[in-house]
Design a protein around this ligand. Sequence first.
Ligand code: NAD
Length: 357
Amino acid sequence: MKIAVLPGDGIGPEIVAEALKVLDVFRGEGVKIETEAGDIGGVAVDRQGDPLPAATLALCQGADAILFGSIGGPQYDTLQREMRPERGLLRLRKALDLFANLRPAQVFPELAEASSLKAEIVAGLDIMIVRELTGDIYFGEPRGIAINAAGERVGTNTMVYSESEIRRVAHWGFQAARQRRRELCSVDKMNVLETTQLWRDVMMEVAPEYPDVKLTHMLVDNAAMQLVRNPRQFDVIVTGNLFGDILSDEASMLTGSIGMLPSASLNAVGLGLFEPIHGSAPDIAGRGIANPLAQILSVSMMFRYSLKRPELADRIDRAVRSVLQQGIRTADIARPGEAVASTARMGDAVVAALRAQ
Ligand code: NAD
């Protein structure tokens, strides 16, 4: 298993270091894992004058999976758009055709009180959102702001999906459901948008290939409401880029702990980029206090979805649960008065829990 490791900026290198300790545990048990590091984002601009250097792209193209930290920082905000750290990540997603974005929103029982919703509504919450990532209104043409015949400015974006784009993400949705409770809810707005009528049609066409998965449909406005009313009704949600952008942020905030949530972006052959959903947290970078668990859970998703070693993923998930049960907390998830662990202490605790299994 060859893993490209891209720590990036801010807290990225600090939390990736803890994730690498987890890989070392498995290596010590004889699992063959090779890692190679590359520059991306701001650090790549500083060192190589490009947020996605050619060598980094080649490293990722030759890898079985990519472990990504985070990128960005205020010092890069004034650079021209092409040189900004975020461009490195967008170009990498495009180059590898990472069209399926998997974002779990899981409430660990020990942290249920961190949610902005009542603990009894979110306790046990475990949703996976599969968001299409490379199409939809974000990429559709025509687009822009122009002057119309009346001399008024008019803004245009185009919501567009081909059936092949819908079909390939549908398969990821069904396959993700198969690894879980086998319930897939497809979210659209077919009552007013033809593009999403096609979305629903294709979902129904793919469904017979997965007779063991129960497919339902929901309009996006209702889905946004149901996520705060009764979020536990969902297992896997599959939706387009625009709706998925909004719903996945809504769902992740239900959990109340940004430092806990991993994500995966996958292509048709299962190559994936695995990263925390949070950014580079410049406000706490360099202080050794960031929560490494989202990064460590990204390693779990990597074993589950790209490297096809679900038993190693399960072990990481169990180890994370175990450290939470032991009451070990970084500052972001600690309650007032609770003892606070450093980034490295949290990583070491996960390692100890893995070794104790
Ligand atoms: P952020 O996610 O970096 O931080 C938001 C808040 O959450 C901050 O207070 C931060 O300290 C806290 N936080 C985030 N991760 C944490 C962790 N693991 N442990 C403890 N606390 C944590 O969002 P932001 O401040 O809006 O953005 C900072 C930079 O990150 C920007 O340059 C932005 O463009 C970039 N960004 C990158 C990615 C990515 O790499 N994929 C994603 C989002 C934002």
